[in-house]
Ligand binder design. Structure first.
Ligand code: ZN
Length: 349
């Protein structure tokens, strides 16, 4: 079979090549790939900036936003041939740490977790893949190819759970949410906040393309410009850009008792804006919490499945702005201005 593979930490090493069939030790469920979403992490791995090959191997099969069809459910599984599934990405560390020991591998304490398509386990960009039954998430069949959005949705369902957990520290009745960044994570965060009945605002740089209409179609308000320019003090900010200026502006703009949840991973930039002690003083005086959120455990995957099944499928379909064949993977890994979610399609859903 063929797969999209990379030699991690080696720029320009990605290729669509012949590889052995997936080994049965990777799981008893055999799956035919339908589609795999592409995200910034895949681009970083292909550029040689990130990623780890499986032990004893030089190359890693790329891809962690999976959608596949069960070819063989294997013995004793509740899955059936033909079921649509997505594969959970992270596996607990082998020690395991206390959080991994109770199934909260998203909160891993020692960093020794592994991740499909990223860290030491082959990913899903292969014509066939295998998975352990406990890490296969069944997808509502009405979603079809939209099931490829499950993994990015898990990022958002975890972030929202974190915000709610923090909110419970006091009497908490949030009304307004600001989402910074209208990429796939930002738009899905806006969707989840709307499903919770909140007044949602989304801030992004672009003034044209599909993003403003997608936000308005949710019944949310689209803004361009700065965080300060949105003109209100949000109860919750879901930060999805990772841009230093946006993060620092968010810490200033958040309302009293408000929660800033950081989901974007950036780096560098210039130290501008208020001094750290001034931001700290504002956080103290307004009882703010800044909480980071990464990855997702099985509970968040389950909730993400519920979110997608409930969402307007026509709206979800507009998030997938480009589909490429596996042999054109290089095009999929190259960002274009109007891209929201680009997928590599291996087969029809
Ligand atoms: Zn752990």
């Amino acid at each position: 079979m063929k797969a999209i593979t990379v030699e991690p930490k080696t720029r320009g090493s990605a290729r669509f090549e012949e590889v052995p069939e997936p080994d049965v030790h990777e799981g008893s469920v055999l799956v035919e790939a339908i589609a795999v979403g592409v995200c910034g992490t895949d681009v970083e791995i292909a550029e040689g900036l990130y990623g780890w090959a499986p032990e004893g191997k030089r190359r890693l099969v790329l891809g962690h936003e999976s959608l596949g069809r069960v070819l063989d459910p294997g013995p004793g599984a509740s899955l059936r041939k033909g079921d649509l599934i997505a594969g959970i990405v992270r596996r607990p560390d082998p020690v395991p740490c206390p959080n991994c020991a109770v199934g909260e591998w998203d909160m891993c304490r020692n960093g020794e977790y592994t991740e499909r398509g990223i860290k030491q386990i082959d990913g899903f960009m292969s014509e066939r893949w295998r998975i352990e039954p406990g890490y296969a998430m069944k997808i509502d069949p009405s979603l079809g190819v939209l099931g490829v959005l499950l993994e990015p949705t898990t990022v958002v369902t975890k972030a929202w759970e974190q915000v709610q957990a923090v909110g419970q520290r006091a009497f908490w009745q949030p009304r307004t949410v600001l989402v910074t960044g209208a990429g796939p994570i930002g738009l899905l965060a806006a969707l989840v906040a709307r499903l919770h009945g909140l007044e949602v605002h989304v801030l992004d740089r672009v003034e044209s393309g599909p993003k403003p209409d997608l936000v308005r179609a949710l019944g949310a308000t689209y803004h361009t410009g700065t965080v300060a320019g949105v003109g209100f003090e949000p109860d919750v900010i879901i930060e999805c850009t990772g841009v230093g200026q946006v993060i620092s502006d968010s810490l200033v703009a958040i309302g009293a008792g408000g929660i800033v949840c950081l989901t974007g991973v950036g780096a560098g930039g210039k130290a501008i804006g208020p001094a750290v002690a001034d931001i700290g003083a504002a956080v103290v005086l307004k009882n703010n919490v800044v909480v980071g959120s990464v990855n997702a455990n099985r509970r968040h995957w389950y909730r993400a499945g519920q979110v997608l099944a409930r969402a307007d499928h026509a709206w979800l379909a507009r998030l997938i702005t480009r589909r490429e064949r596996p042999e054109a993977f290089a095009k999929a890994l190259h960002r274009q201005p109007d891209d929201i979610k680009v997928i590599i399609q291996f087969a029809e859903a």
